[in-house]
Design a protein around this ligand. Structure first.
Ligand code: UTP
Length: 410
């Protein structure tokens, strides 16, 4: 192992092996054995120009047509809706909640889904989603299977939270938890971060890890056993998320799309979210940081933004997309983060500026593998109340106000 570590310039991982107990040593060795060092080396090599590599040679960026929910005729609306209801009743529909994020900005130490919103909501984020599904089940006389993606940091706590709350009354055989993948964080010189003598700093591999994790964990096999064909995939932190929307699935199925997304019109040219567009003729999401000023402001003859449909992490996939994505693998994006580490003398260093790289796959990178996808534009006030920050915009308080104002929750 020492030879192997030397080859990859990671021999510091065993620097303190002699100070560890037998148990700690065994755990550390297991962690090291699970690391894909070739991948880590490649990620580090590409770190500096990862944005260029991700966007290179992908062709011209053009608008992606979106269908506004409000513009659908009554007849079509009913057809889509009824088709969606029928898919749900036949057991062909599942919901998947991605709850493996770290919730750094919120600054809450437990799993984000266990965050409790006080008066007047008085529910945790998990409970809000659970009750939305339960209401649909009651209406249709079926049970929508619910898959919850956790991370290695919050998996045990998440499961305990559900046990403590008696699964909020949901059929516990219809809830399945699965863990997402992880990758070591790297210091700026390429060495893997150790937070103490026995611990390697591993981070969740991003929401794009959902496809591989769902396959590897057996979640997709479980869906297939149940006859599921369509999976809604959303985050835990949007308390207006419609994870049970018959119209969305009906719209995609009726129009032969294999995947889809919901969008919102951006508030102003520079709203901080990715926008749906086409690149080289294929659907994709471009981050607000990667779009030029000219494109951000561009409008059509009616004054509508050409690149104005925001991606809000509300997506639907045909089950075959999970198989496709697990096989092709998504690229990784780099985030420069601040993290404590031990130096070569074993001293704990607490930096006051970003000092390490974290690598994450983004779910929307899957879109470019397909020729087309269905985008349904919905109303912000009906479907989007994110909780990202402790205070101010996108905080528990702002989301609570939106939740209370929304007709559906009245
Ligand atoms: P965000 O990108 O907002 O990240 O996740 P976050 O971890 O919740 O918050 P910050 O950035 O650390 O403050 C959007 C959704 O994707 C999930 C999150 O749980 C959230 O529902 N997610 C994100 C994962 O499940 N895994 C990840 O690795 C990243």
């Amino acid at each position: 192992m020492i030879d192997k570590l030397r080859k990859y310039n990671q021999q510091h991982l065993l620097n303190y092996a002699k100070d560890l107990s037998e148990e700690e040593y065994k755990n550390l060795i297991e962690e090291i054995e699970a690391i894909d060092f070739d991948l880590v080396t490649k990620l580090y090599k590409d770190t500096k120009n990862s944005a260029e590599l991700l966007n290179a040679d992908k062709g011209e960026i053009t608008p992606l047509p979106c269908v506004d929910k409000a513009s659908i005729s009554k007849e079509e609306y009913n057809n889509y809706y009824n088709l969606g209801i029928s898919l749900m009743k036949q057991g062909k529909y599942a919901a998947l909640t991605m709850a493996g994020g770290q919730g750094t900005r919120l600054g809450y130490s437990g799993p984000k889904g266990s965050y409790f919103l006080g008066e007047p909501i008085n529910k945790s984020l998990f409970q809000i989603q659970c009750q939305r599904l339960a209401a649909r089940n009651k209406e249709l006389g079926c049970i929508i299977p619910w898959y919850i993606m956790t991370s290695r940091e919050n998996d045990l706590q998440t499961k305990q939270f559900f046990r403590d709350n008696d699964y909020f009354g949901y059929d516990k055989n219809s809830i399945m938890f699965f863990k997402q993948g992880f990758l070591p964080m790297l210091l700026e010189d390429g060495r893997i971060v150790m937070t103490d003598k026995k611990t390697i700093k591993q981070g969740s591999d991003g929401h794009g890890g959902v496809f591989k994790a769902a396959i590897d964990s057996g979640a997709v096999a479980d869906m297939k056993r149940r006859g599921v064909e369509w999976i809604f995939v959303g985050g835990i932190d949007n308390i207006l998320v419609r994870l049970d929307d018959p119209l969305f699935v009906g719209y995609l199925a009726a129009n032969n799309f294999r995947l889809g997304g919901k969008s919102l019109i951006k508030r102003d040219p520079y709203e901080k979210a990715g926008v749906f567009c086409k690149r080289g003729g294929r659907p994709c999401v471009i981050e607000y940081t990667e779009i030029s000023d000219e494109m951000a402001q561009a409008t059509d003859e009616q004054g509508k933004y050409l690149y104005g449909d925001l991606h809000i992490l509300c997506n639907m996939f045909n089950i075959g997309v999970f198989d496709d994505m697990a096989n092709c693998g998504l690229p990784y994006h780099v985030a420069h983060k601040k993290t404590d580490y031990i130096d070569e003398h074993g001293n704990l260093i607490k930096p006051d500026a970003p000092n390490a790289y974290k690598y994450e796959a983004f779910m929307f990178d899957a879109f470019e593998y397909y020729e087309n996808m269905g985008i349904l534009r919905v109303k912000r006030e009906e479907e989007f109340a994110p909780i990202k920050n402790k205070e101010g915009q996108d905080s528990p308080q702002s989301a609570t106000e939106l939740y209370i104002a929304c007709e559906i929750n009245k």
